[in-house]
Design a protein around this ligand. Structure first.
Ligand code: ADP
Ligand code: F6P
Length: 471
């Protein structure tokens, strides 16, 4: 067995097992921000990625991606239900997102979550070389750091939480809260999107474990120091800028606009179909703008891309039904023959198609109720090397802290949301260009490579790990 000195452990591998129409297996880029963010750097770094390949049953054999080795972890049907759909996405996900949807807890999910975390930890322990660094990702694997430390005390263990980490008032509702906290504190460094989350961790460690803690250091009961800090995740800015500037993408963007009926304004939203993304609030705001006559169907077109996600979880199925009902209602009421008010696309797109959509938009509407970061907002900015386009961004997305030049809004407040949409639609090109330049400058300095470098340097202060990254 070949071992690596850098191992990434994430629920998903960057490739997803997608059944092709003829029943054959087709591999495509995994949905969601985490895999999309990490793959561009890791495929140029000697490392192993441990994760689930998206199907059930025995683990498939997967080819390397560049210098990145993939090590699949098998999940059975029951494990998928208890670990991924259950504890991770019906208990932790809603709770960590401010309980915008009521968290559900079934006691039998806990054992499955624990045993699947153990399998990830054992697999990581197998593929990690002596004194290697293992970088564990996200809420699905919160017990892995502690399990791994027990199995392999020689390892350097990092953890990064891609989603928000809640304040004690919310976290305290969690069954198994002490075990989950201890799991996380098995890491040497816990990274978050926002500083507030590191503060929340310190408070919880004091309250639940009686640990000595400041916002950036926690002393565990066995005397180790766990560091905590914010490292806002980013995207491959160069890749998205270059893609959006490609002649075929620019031509496709023009064609899309023509296909939409060459309206004065195109509003675009691109989300996983998730209740945290605020799609229903956005549709209500848009419907009211149509009702009040602030927006006219012939002048303005809204495009809502909602990529299918977690479709077997009841709350996601219910959300899909509600959204599709509402889109139907709005189109029925305000659309005309050949001119729907909203174009709704419940399908995945490739990167070039997404880049063309971003270039077509006059207003990009990113209004989650709660979001760890939101990479779509960053992708839109990276795609607009033409300096045009407005970004409407929720204050509750991690990205808002980095992109204050966006049109920020509170999506829970319908009047604020409507007013912000109107301001963005009516903004002068000079104002938009100034905002876009500032946001692009920020992203130019804070891309995915800078994120990984900052995190790995903090994990291993000798700089040995960060030096493995591409330049
Ligand atoms: P999350 O991690 O919650 O899914 P992010 O906004 O951070 O949210 O990341 C979403 C990622 O999924 C982005 O990289 C985006 O480009 C991608 N994505 C969104 N919609 C689609 C789609 N319809 N097809 C393919 N990829 C998509
Ligand atoms: O960003 C949070 C996250 O859960 C990531 O871990 C993942 O990339 C994304 O959302 C998509 O979710 P899922 O892996 O459940 O499709």
């Amino acid at each position: 067995m070949r071992q690596s000195s850098l191992v990434v452990v994430a629920n998903r591998l960057p490739l997803d097992d997608n059944a092709a129409p003829d029943g054959a297996c087709e591999w495509r880029r995994s949905p969601g921000g985490l895999a999309g963010a990490l793959q561009p750097i890791l495929q140029q770094t000697p490392a192993t990625w441990v994760g689930w390949a998206g199907g059930v049953g025995p683990a498939p054999r997967l080819p390397d991606i560049g210098s990145l080795r993939l090590r699949p972890v098998a999940l059975s049907e029951d494990e998928l239900r208890g670990y991924y759909e259950g504890f991770a996405n019906s208990t932790l996900w809603p709770l960590y997102h401010d309980a915008v949807q009521q968290p559900v807890f079934q006691r039998e999910w806990w054992e499955t979550y624990r045993s699947v975390n153990r399998r990830f930890a054992e697999t990581a322990a197998e593929v990690a070389g002596k004194h290697a660094a293992v970088w564990v990702q996200d809420y699905h694997l919160q017990l892995v750091p502690q399990m791994l430390r027990e199995l392999r005390p020689d390892l350097l263990i990092g953890f990064f939480m891609h989603v928000p980490f809640p304040p004690p008032e919310l976290y305290m509702q969690l069954p198994r809260r002490v075990e989950l906290l201890n799991g996380l504190l098995g890491a040497d460094l816990v990274g978050f999107q926002r500083e507030q989350a590191a503060h929340n961790l310190a408070q919880l460690a004091q309250k639940l474990l009686g640990a000595e803690a400041t916002d950036d250091e926690i002393i565990t009961n066995d005397g180790r120091t766990v560091h905590a800090a914010a490292f806002p995740v980013s995207i491959d800015v160069t890749e998205m800028s270059a893609l959006a500037a490609r002649t075929d993408v620019v031509t496709h963007a023009k064609q899309l606009r023509a296909d939409l009926g060459s309206p004065k304004r195109v509003l675009l939203s691109v989300d996983r179909l998730d209740y945290t993304k605020g799609i229903e609030h956005r549709l209500t705001a848009y419907s009211e703008l149509l009702r009040d006559g602030h927006v006219k169907v012939r002048d303005t077109v809204m495009v809502q891309v909602a990529v299918p996600s977690r479709e077997r979880v009841e709350s996601y199925r219910d959300l899909k039904d509600r959204i599709e009902g509402e889109v139907g209602r709005i189109n029925g009421e305000y659309g005309r023959v050949g001119e729907p008010a909203i174009h709704y696309l419940n399908q995945p797109f490739d990167r070039a198609q997404l880049a063309a959509l971003y270039r077509t938009a006059d207003v990009m509407v990113v209004t989650p109720l709660r979001d760890g970061m939101n990479l779509v907002a960053k992708e839109f900015v990276a795609a607009r090397e033409d300096g045009a386009g407005a970004l409407v961004l929720s204050e509750f997305a991690g990205a808002a802290a980095e992109l204050p030049q966006a049109f920020l809004c509170n999506p829970h407040d319908l009047d604020d949301l409507k007013g912000t949409l109107l301001r963005a639609m009516e903004a002068e090109p000079g104002d938009l260009a100034g905002r876009m330049t500032a946001m692009r400058e920020h992203l130019g300095r804070h891309d995915i490579l800078a994120w990984a470098r900052a995190y790995l340097t903090a994990l291993d202060r000798s700089g040995r790990l960060a030096r493995r990254l591409p330049h």
